[in-house]
Design a protein around this ligand. Structure first.
Ligand code: ATP
Length: 271
């Protein structure tokens, strides 16, 4: 992927099959992102205007970014990503300029998926009339984003996805009709989801016959997808530490890895 000043444009190579669990969510994203791009004629025939924005929220490490990439790939759309925190940290005016430029690039490269990570930094809640009368960086970024999104009416083949771990910190203006019309919660994986995630991240590993991924899924309550990916890598490293010429990764290596790792989630985050 080519990276230019905070914008990443790539033809994403993540597929739906690289994401474990979340069946329902994948189906909703297929309909919201893939269909309007792949079946634009059907939408036109029935006079349906596709949604412009999808907001994904949920705890970190549970595949919000990966879902956005998979949706772009499935739609054969270009993928542009911007980090809210990065935009926020730029010099006065630079963040807005980058935001506008990215929308412009996405229009030229359409069909495109534009992904905003840490969206709460781009569109923080406005606290009605600040006393100094100064417009804050967040307010300027937000109004630029709203202008650009409202302008998408004329453009076709551009869908904006945004992700946040803090949906309550997002300005309500973003959720008005015509903007982020679809709000989807991306939950942490349950035992079945964890089983699928473990399968995915061991697909390319040489596993000993004693490895029981089902049992490992049961024993990784509160692990995120990212945690599980780390667990698989760590099991592989344990095998190599034991013997750099190891032929496979065995159950004992997964046990060692499990004992050395703590889950990222807490009970209060999943209930
Ligand atoms: P953040 O909020 O921290 O940006 P995120 O929700 O966007 O996190 P991702 O960046 O998509 O999460 O996921 C982090 C890593 O965890 C990815 O490399 C991905 O491979 C892995 N992962 C997370 N969830 C899953 C899943 N359901 N299936 C397979 N891999 C997953």
């Amino acid at each position: 992927p080519s990276i230019t000043r905070g914008v990443t444009k790539e033809l994403s190579i993540v597929t739906w099959d690289d994401i474990g669990g979340l069946k329902d969510l994948k189906r909703k994203l297929q309909q919201a992102v893939e269909w309007p791009i792949k079946h634009a004629n059907s939408f036109a025939r029935l006079g349906i205007s596709p949604i412009r924005g999808v907001l994904l929220h949920g705890p970190p490490g549970c595949s919000k970014t990966t879902l956005a990439k998979a949706a772009a790939h499935a739609a054969q759309a270009s993928f542009f990503s911007l980090s809210g925190a990065e935009l926020y940290s730029k010099y006065v005016g630079e963040g807005e300029a980058l935001l506008r430029r990215t929308f412009q690039k996405a229009r030229l490269a359409a069909p495109s998926v534009l992904f905003f990570d840490e969206a709460d930094a781009i569109a923080p809640k406005r606290h009605g009339g600040n006393s100094s009368g100064n417009v804050t960086v967040g307010e300027r970024l937000l109004s630029t984003l709203l202008t650009e999104m409202d302008g998408l009416e004329l453009a076709t083949g551009i869908i904006v996805l945004a992700a946040t771990n803090r949906p309550h910190a997002i300005d309500a203006a973003l959720l008005r009709p015509g903007r982020f019309d679809l709000v989807l919660y991306v939950p942490p994986p349950d035992a079945e989801g964890r089983r699928e995630i473990l399968r995915i991240h061991t697909r390319k590993m040489k596993l000993g016959t004693d490895v029981d991924l089902d049992l490992m899924a049961e024993r990784t309550d509160l692990f995120t997808g990212a945690d599980l990916q780390g667990l698989c890598r760590e099991a592989g490293m344990a095998a190599l530490r034991e013997d750099i010429a190891a032929d496979a990764v065995y159950d004992r290596h997964f046990q060692i890895a499990r004992a050395s790792l703590r889950p990222s989630l807490t009970r209060s985050m999943v209930e």
